[in-house]
Design a protein around this ligand. Structure first.
Ligand code: SF4
Length: 503
């Protein structure tokens, strides 16, 4: 379904503003003196809905108004539910607002980073894989690197200790991923069970190559996962091989998915299951074939539940030096997305399939071709202030804590510079983060380092830069256009946040 944009609500903005100013006559005398105050409010809402990372210096230049006038506009926008909803729901930045910015502000992780205060990372990636059988074309790993087998027992105990250390006010704190392929760790089940024991949700990302019937029978904990996502690398044997360099990987993974879904149904497992698919440049129509493939798997399974995939996440190849789609390719992809939406709404074998288009593709889904994901990529200068470990880190089997998610590949050239500490040597995550805060690491930041960042890292750094700049200009989070209390009510976020109206 296509969402209406702020532009479609211009008249409503004016009428809500009139109601508001009528009810608050004395409070906003100054702003009413400006004849174009309606236009300014509308433009400010529109900017924030499209570009949640704009700072107030950029905005004041764009609107040609002073910071004080901007503060007056913010205070009106903050007071009106309708304006808040427009910003977070009706612009091309909606995914950024809802999936990351609001939860990150709620977590206080960025404020803690800027104020040099300790907090346990908001999100922690556990990367237990020992090796990987693929050599994916877009993967940054060192193909020869393998963890030593004798690291296994200590590594698992380190993960358990880390889980014990974590505050349990946020069930979604941990995810299991790679680094290398998590299923190559023979003790993986112990991590899943420990997360469950400590009342954390467990989600895992895997390439699915080892997820055979035999593996599943040996590792029944897989059925206890809260969510399981298989990265799917092509729509036929040839494409799969091109990406993974492993023969028969398409056939093996497809068969594993069928076996897994059959067993999952028999065990009545509640795991949310889905696929992740990276759309490579020039292969924009593959998403249609992929959706049909999922439909055919469901037909073949012939289970009581006609669709056994809960979700499909679609992503653009976001590696910094990867090839970007041109306008024609983006148009083809936009058409393909329409087709899959249509398929999903008409086939019972795809009913209730949730497609997550991610930050990059959401605008395309709404027919907007001009918004490019790379617009939010950080530059080398942004990295000089570092990433935000209070927001996210990843931990490998040796207990090394990495600042960026795509840096945590064993022996990835240059990546060791972004190891913040070691859980075994330093004793705890708390010590690692406190050492980071107290002893600033000297790193010569290189252009290529940007490839160590995934979407999360880009967004967290962008947001921390924006909040820092706004603070310098005299705008605390509480004086911004966003009213966290209202937003949390609108979004009905469960954890009613640590944010108390003051940054
Ligand atoms: S992207 Fe994942 S599956 Fe592919 S080679 Fe890298 S670690 Fe292995």
């Amino acid at each position: 379904m296509t969402v209406s944009l702020v532009e479609d609500h211009k008249l409503e903005v004016f009428s809500k503003l009139k109601d508001y100013l009528d009810a608050h006559k004395s409070k906003f005398k100054e702003i009413k003196k400006k004849s174009n105050h309606g236009d300014l409010i509308y433009k400010l809402i529109s900017i924030l809905s499209k570009n949640p990372f704009a700072n107030y210096s950029e905005i004041s230049k764009k609107l040609k108004i002073s910071y004080d006038e901007l503060k007056d506009l913010n205070s009106i926008i903050r007071d009106v539910d309708f304006f808040q909803k427009l910003i977070i729901n009706n612009g091309t930045g909606t995914k950024y607002w809802k999936n990351m910015i609001i939860p990150l502000i709620n977590s206080r992780s960025i404020s803690n980073f800027l104020e040099k205060k300790y907090s346990f990372p908001f999100r922690v990636g556990l990367y237990p894989g020992i090796s990987c059988m693929y050599e994916c074309s877009f993967c940054g790993r060192n193909y020869n690197a393998k963890y030593k087998r004798n690291a296994l027992d200590v590594g698992i105990e380190t993960y358990k200790k880390l889980i014990d250390e974590a505050p349990n006010d946020d069930k979604n704190r941990f995810y299991i991923s790679g680094g290398l392929e998590p299923l190559t760790n023979p003790k993986l089940g112990e991590i899943i069970s420990h997360l469950k024991k400590k009342n954390f949700n467990s989600s895992m990302y895997t390439n699915g190559y080892m997820l055979t019937k035999k593996f599943l029978n040996k590792n029944p904990e897989i059925f206890d996962l809260d969510s399981l996502r298989i990265s799917f690398y092509g729509i036929d044997s040839e494409q799969y091989f091109k990406v993974t360099k492993k023969i028969k990987s398409f056939e093996i993974v497809t068969k594993n998915i069928e076996d897994y879904l059959n067993l999952k149904f028999n065990y009545n497992s509640k795991t949310m299951f889905g696929l992740n698919f990276v759309i490579l440049t020039g292969r924009e129509k593959d998403v249609i074939k992929l959706t049909k493939l999922m439909e055919n798997i469901n037909k073949k399974l012939n289970l009581k539940k006609t669709n056994n995939f809960d979700f499909l996440t679609l992503r653009e190849d976001f590696s910094i030096f990867g090839e970007r789609m041109n306008i024609n390719q983006r148009e083809t992809l936009s058409e393909s997305i329409k087709e899959i939406e249509n398929l999903i709404s008409t086939s019972k074998y795809l009913s209730n399939l949730f497609v997550d288009y991610g930050f990059a593709l959401e605008p395309l889904k709404n027919g907007i071709l001009s918004e490019k994901f790379e617009n939010i990529f950080v530059n080398t200068k942004d990295l000089e202030d570092f990433g935000v470990p209070q927001a996210s880190v990843s931990v490998d089997l040796y207990g090394d804590v990495y600042l960026y998610r795509e840096a945590a590949f064993l022996d990835r050239p240059g990546a060791k510079r972004y190891i913040l500490g070691n859980l075994i040597k330093d004793g705890s995550m708390e010590n690692v983060i406190k050492n980071f805060i107290n002893k600033k690491k000297e790193i010569n930041v290189l252009e290529t380092d940007r490839d160590y960042l995934d979407t999360w890292d880009h967004i967290t750094i962008k947001l921390s830069q924006q909040i820092k700049k706004n603070n310098e200009l005299g705008f605390s989070i509480a004086e911004s256009a966003i009213n966290m209390e209202k937003i949390n009510n609108i979004l009905n976020y469960k954890h009613q946040v640590h944010f108390a109206g003051k940054s």
